[in-house]
Design a protein around this ligand. Structure first.
Ligand SMILES: *Cc1c(COP(=O)(O)O)cnc(C)c1O
Length: 400
């Protein structure tokens, strides 16, 4: 490894490490993407690759802008003044959707869940039996600050049965978890380049159903945005026209990152999703065996593990020690979890046993530096790497 900024391993839940072939692809020759017919081909091929990964026949579009643009674009394009929108939330990104809904004139109605577990499908059914007059609903697959994984396979069909369009933020889960976009009835699925896709930040992409495009066409008022207007993209292909100039290098990198994911899927005996499941399980087991506590009760994403800081242990101090002494960067969290938890990502390029061993070794050493405090809590960080190795090997034996 060895990055020019002195960081050896980036183990944060986005941005993630970028493989050399992705970085090299970004150094290719430039073109004028508005005038070069080959670029249109290349853009469409890249969208097709994303569609394969996301298991969808819906239209896929890549937009220039970080993942947040995907959230805003979905809300800007669907939401009209006065529309009621159901905001399902059990975490910070889930709740944040309400801001975008309001910004575009909608009325955000919350369906709240417990932040320590996934949203409850039965509770949602009961809620909808009383009130289901919503144009669309927003959900988050993996709410990254806690790492909770919501069961969108069960939740989205329940919403669609009531005629509610579904908008899912899967920025931090896609390519780490299987997503059956069409089978699960996700109208707009949105992601970003800098998480499990392991490409640099800068792109968001969305799959958009016919029903979602129809929803945009049937609006009574115009979409109150240009950059976040998805309707402009509906027939870009026929018109051979992009709403704005596409970032050629970013998309070249994303295309190779998608190839990496598809190759991982096809060639390896354990495909990319199995690798993430095995990794998530092994990290959680290692952490609990060392006496540390996971933040969640259940419904863990296999792309990130969120660990409570033992009483008296300062998250920032441990993080800094790992970075300065070992060149390993992990994350804290924010919002109601600020200074309370550590987040270790295992998404895309960071979901590999070699780098996880180095990471857990650094975490172990940094926690041991907090000696007395940890022991009082029954924490024995000395078990971390060994616990991981054993759990990882066992996961392989189980075919996981
Ligand atoms: C990373 C992420 C985004 C993109 O937001 P940034 O915080 O700007 O990186 C959106 N949604 C989720 C769930 C994410 O994890």
């Amino acid at each position: 490894m060895g990055y020019s900024n002195g960081v050896g391993l980036i183990m944060t839940p986005g941005p993630t490490m970028v493989r050399e072939n992705v970085r090299l692809a970004r150094a290719c020759d430039e073109t004028n993407p508005d005038l070069d017919p080959r670029f249109f081909e290349f853009y469409r091929e890249t969208c097709d690759k994303l569609a394969r990964i996301l298991r969808t026949d819906n239209e896929v579009r890549i937009l220039s802008g970080e993942g947040i643009l995907g959230l805003e674009a979905a809300c800007a394009s669907l939401c009209e003044p006065g529309d009621r929108v159901l905001v399902l939330e059990n975490g910070i990104f889930g709740e944040g959707f309400a801001d975008f809904v309001r910004m575009y004139g909608g009325e955000a109605v919350f369906f709240h869940g417990d932040p320590r577990r996934g949203l409850d499908v039965e509770e949602l059914k009961q809620f909808l039996a009383l009130d289901s007059d919503f144009k669309f609903a927003t959900l988050v697959h993996c709410d990254t600050p806690t790492g909770v994984l919501n069961d969108i396979a069960a939740l989205c069909p329940v919403l669609r049965e009531r005629g509610i369009l579904t908008v899912v933020d899967s920025v931090s889960s896609m390519a780490g978890h299987v997503i059956e976009t069409d089978t699960w009835r996700v109208d707009i699925l949105l992601g970003g380049s800098q998480k499990a896709f392991s490409a640099p930040p800068g792109l968001t992409f969305l799959s958009i159903s016919d029903d979602a495009f129809r929803g945009m066409r049937e609006r009574k008022t115009p979409i109150a945005s240009y950059y976040a207007n998805l309707a402009l993209w509906e027939d870009y292909d026929m018109k051979k026209w992009f709403p704005y100039t596409m970032p050629v290098s970013d998309i070249r990198g994303l295309s190779v990152a998608a190839d990496n994911i598809l190759a991982d899927n096809i060639l390896a005996e354990e495909n990319i999703f199995v690798r993430h499941a095995r990794m998530g399980g092994a990290v959680r087991e290692a952490v609990t065996r060392a006496g540390l506590r996971l933040y969640l009760e259940k419904d863990f994403s296999d792309t990130v593990t969120v660990i409570e800081a033992p009483a008296g242990v300062e998250v920032e101090a441990v993080r800094q020690r790992m970075l300065e002494d070992y060149g390993v960067m992990i994350a804290g969290s924010f919002g109601f979890l600020a200074d309370k938890v550590f987040r270790i990502a295992h998404m895309g390029e960071s979901a590999r046993p070699q780098v996880m061993r180095v990471t857990l070794n650094a975490f172990q050493k940094a926690l041991e530096g907090c000696g007395d405090v940890c022991q009082g809590e029954g924490v024995n960080p000395g078990d971390l790497v060994e616990g991981f190795d054993q759990a990882w090997e066992r996961g392989g034996a189980k075919g996981l």
